[in-house]
Ligand binder design. Structure first.
Ligand SMILES: Nc1nc2c(ncn2[C@@H]2O[C@H](COP(=O)(O)OP(=O)(O)OP(=O)(O)O)[C@@H](O)[C@H]2O)c(=O)[nH]1
Ligand SMILES: Nc1nc2c(ncn2[C@@H]2O[C@H](COP(=O)(O)OP(=O)(O)OP(=O)(O)O)[C@@H](O)[C@H]2O)c(=O)[nH]1
Ligand SMILES: [Mg+2]
Ligand SMILES: [Mg+2]
Lengths: 274, 290
């Protein structure tokens, strides 16, 4: 049909609502819709595709590789608020790394929560990966220090550090995280290669506040969007990437060690805009 | 805040004289925006705005010297009314043990809530049942929490079937005179048919007095899907909202109530055992309004 109809105002409104319903947030949804509203040559038919293309375009510039530093011990620290999926994500990342031939070990630096060390240790047993721990109540910095020494002694490639869930509004807990980061920074030989913030795909706009606070406190280098196998669209990841330029580097799609996939902008946008 | 935004919107409009109904539509837009930014789900926001529309465009507002404040009052009152729907305390069974089942999405705070409830009901001789046999270390987590508060924990073997564990715990509670049985279950997706059937089977086996949907207060728009699916498949008797010690606006609370009418019976406000309190609709309303 060569003579397409102009998109109606309602059509733009509907797309805006669709985006809001996906947790993209009102500001981002309005910005995306306004971009389209100001465009020439769109039709009722081509509008949804134009939105998808615009979103994929915005997601296309990021470097989504998980960083490893050659010749040094690479360290990945996993952070985030309570219950988002950090410990499980670490098992998945370690599983992936090991299957790619990397020698990887884990640091059980959540020394606060009941059975946090046991949970990570069980994953380590299942995957055949060392877990350095000192038990509940230990100083997380001390655990990390030990874990780095162990990984270095064993000639490992990668150390992934589990940390306690912490609400970003709790200054003492964010200070504790910074203290752990300083332990890593003081080791001039190891390379802090990633600080990954795990965000629950069901999270609403609070995800932005979380990302801002963790970025400021611990210089987050990437996001992991967990639990995208549920009904939530995980639009918050788009909003965080747009506002803070922190790229999504992996997606959790289940509770098994194999349930981790790369972030694919087209698939993500297609599911989001449905 | 909403009242500041309404004052700005009406400030502009009032300069042309008395407010008209059309002017108040501006106010309704601000309400809609505020609620969406607070993570209230879109269909619930639409419903809510319609509900307050009549009063918001009523004479009381139009004649008021501070129409913005008047509208905020209308909104706040309706939020408190909705959030307080069926508001009540924990129900106990006519004959012990009172059985409480906790269900919800992964990571929402069920295991911690189980221990907090047991602690609060310590003088009724509670028994905890660790029926999450899926998550690595889940039984151990509840055992450690139980040890911390001196409450017995009945557990199962990893990867086993939770139903026999639940039945065994109920039997123990009955024969050994425990006053309350609190059953922790594995986190599950509302769309996971197999796990929702398993939760249903646990519920049918122990016939709980209370089945609580444990919901994370930072949940966004998905609260509607999750709440209605859990409501439909497991018929909870109430909800518990967690992690309210954070700064999420908590619109999920309104979404939950809006689509299920479930009472929110408890609020979890921290990681410590004592961090569980009654749910206060008026506090939640102010929080959502920001
Ligand atoms: N469906 C699904 N569940 C997940 C995913 N990632 C993690 N989970 C589940 O979410 C729950 C919480 O996961 P954890 O790894 O313990 O989360 P955490 O962030 O380490 O939690 P804390 O250490 O207590 O803050 C567990 O039941 C996991 O199995 C995912 O991608 N999909
Ligand atoms: N700050 C805060 N943290 C909480 C609250 N409730 C639970 N948590 C934390 O949230 C995380 C998840 O809690 P769990 O009790 O393991 O959650 P769960 O629902 O049992 O998780 P699954 O069994 O994996 O589905 C833990 O780190 C808890 O300490 C709360 O009210 N405030
Ligand atoms: Mg953890
Ligand atoms: Mg649990």
């Amino acid at each position: 049909d060569v003579f397409g109809m102009d998109p109606t105002p309602e059509a733009f409104d509907r797309l805006e609502e669709l985006l809001v319903s996906a947790d993209v947030g009102v500001a981002t949804a309005t910005a995306l819709a306004d971009d389209l509203r100001s465009r020439e040559g769109l039709t009722q038919e081509t509008l949804p595709g134009a939105l998808r293309d615009a979103m994929v375009e915005q997601l296309s510039k990021a470097d989504r590789r998980l960083r490893l530093v050659k010749g040094r011990l690479s360290i990945w620290v996993v952070v985030g608020v309570n219950g988002t999926g950090k410990t499980t994500t670490i098992a998945k990342l370690a599983n992936r790394a090991k299957s790619l031939g990397l020698k990887v070990s884990l640091a059980a630096a959540d020394t606060f929560r009941a059975a946090a060390v046991e949970q990570l240790s069980e994953w380590g047993r299942r995957l055949g990966i060392d877990v350095v721990h000192q038990g509940q109540g230990a100083d997380p910095g001390a655990v990390v220090f030990d874990a780095i020494a162990h990984a270095r002694a064993q000639g490992y490639d990668l150390l992934v550090v589990d940390t306690a869930g912490r609400l970003h509004t709790k200054k003492p807990l964010m200070d504790e995280l910074q203290k752990v980061m300083r332990v890593i920074a003081r080791d001039t030989d190891a390379a802090l290669a990633e600080v990954l913030l795990v965000i629950d795909a069901t999270t609403g706009q609070n995800g932005i506040a979380q990302a801002k606070a963790f970025k400021e406190a611990a210089n987050v280098s990437g996001l992991v969007l967990a639990k995208l196998d549920g009904t939530a669209k995980g639009g918050i990841a788009f909003a965080v990437e747009r506002e803070l330029e922190v790229p999504v580097k992996a997606v959790g799609v289940g509770e098994q060690a194999s349930d981790l996939v790369p972030f694919e902008p087209q698939a993500y946008v297609d599911a989001l805009v449905g | 805040s909403l009242s500041e935004r309404l004052e700005t919107a009406f400030g502009r409009l009032r300069r042309k004289g008395k407010l008209t109904k059309a002017d108040v539509e501006e106010g309704l837009k601000e309400i809609r925006l505020a609620l969406l930014e607070a993570d209230v789900a879109l269909p619930v926001v639409r419903d809510f705005v319609e509900r307050v529309r009549e009063e918001a465009v009523g004479e009381k507002v139009l004649r008021s010297l501070t129409p913005g404040q008047q509208i905020v009052k209308v909104v706040n009152d309706e939020l408190v009314r909705m959030l307080g729907t069926n508001n009540r305390e924990l129900r106990f069974a006519d004959a012990p043990p009172t059985v409480i089942l906790l269900v919800g999405l992964q990571g929402s705070g069920k295991t911690t809530v189980a221990a907090k409830l047991a602690n609060q009901l310590k003088d009724r001789k509670p028994l905890l049942a660790a029926c999450d046999l899926q998550r690595p270390g889940a039984v151990e987590q509840l055992r450690q929490l139980g040890a911390q508060i001196g409450v017995d924990v009945e557990g199962g073997e990893p990867n086993g079937d939770p139903i026999p564990v639940a039945k065994r715990a109920l039997n123990k509670a009955v024969t050994e005179n425990y006053g309350v049985l609190i059953v922790d279950s594995a986190g599950r997706l509302a769309v996971d048919e197999e796990l929702m059937a398993q939760a249903r089977a646990i519920k049918d086996a122990i016939r709980p007095t209370e089945t609580f949907l444990v919901l994370d207060s930072m949940t966004g728009q998905d609260a509607v899907q999750t709440a209605s699916a859990f409501n439909e498949k497991l018929e909870p008797t109430g909800a518990i909202l967690t992690k309210l010690d954070g700064d999420a606006r908590g619109g999920a609370a309104l979404s939950l109530v809006g689509v299920t009418g479930l009472p929110i019976v408890f609020a979890a406000i921290g990681e410590r055992i004592e961090d569980l309190e009654a749910f206060y609709p008026d506090r939640m309303a102010s929080r959502i309004l920001g």
